[in-house]
Design a protein around this ligand. Sequence first.
Ligand code: BEZ
Length: 250
Amino acid sequence: MSDLAYQQWDPRQYDANARFVTTLGGPVLELLAPRAGERILDLGCGDGPLTARLVAAGCEVVGVDASPEMVAACRASGLDARVMDGEALGFVAEFDAVFSNAALHWMRDGAAVVAGVRRALRPAGRFVGEFGGAGNIAAVTGALNAERGQRGLPALQPWFNPGPAEYAELLAAHGFRVEVMEHFPRPTPLPGSVRDWLATFAGAFAAGIPQADIGDFFDVVTQALAPRLLGPDGRWVVDYQRLRFAARLP
Ligand code: BEZ
């Protein structure tokens, strides 16, 4: 299990501050091109809106996520979802495709994830996904670590953000033929302030900061980010970089 397990997920907070994550998942769903009757694993399904779209396309879908709260939200919508560590997938040769949107950067042992995906797939199965690639949210990470430094704490890099060549190599080393590998900037407008984004996603960076000071920590980082991420129209835009890929087993 990743040592980021202490990142807490609150489905209501996620819905208010991060719904754009699944709204922007359309292109990677298109890349998957699900066909009715296929059995698909949604790796890092969150609270399940894309899982539900796969079910609506006629697929038989299992969602897995490390967060019991997110899995409970999925199940409340009638989806088949299970709590599972993406670095230790427990399926053997039962899926036509493994799909993943905006989740693989949370699973830092990329090799363990790809090995588990390979085990889970049937022959000729495909692995299609999108996640944060090299340079993802560099401004945000830089400001968080600069403020940690001010407080005498070491810098952290809690996410797995490979470049395209590195990830293609990892897939190939596990027997996949890489069909698509794209790395591109996707500046992403937020529904509210980057302060809400930090509270939703950057819990890992609060390690070592006393509970009573965490709010101030996020306030200071928000101020530091304003010159780079706050537009003249008052909207915050975060510097996402996506890695989008499709790979297939023989
Ligand atoms: C991402 O989607 O790239 C992301 C979201 C939250 C934290 C880190 C990365």
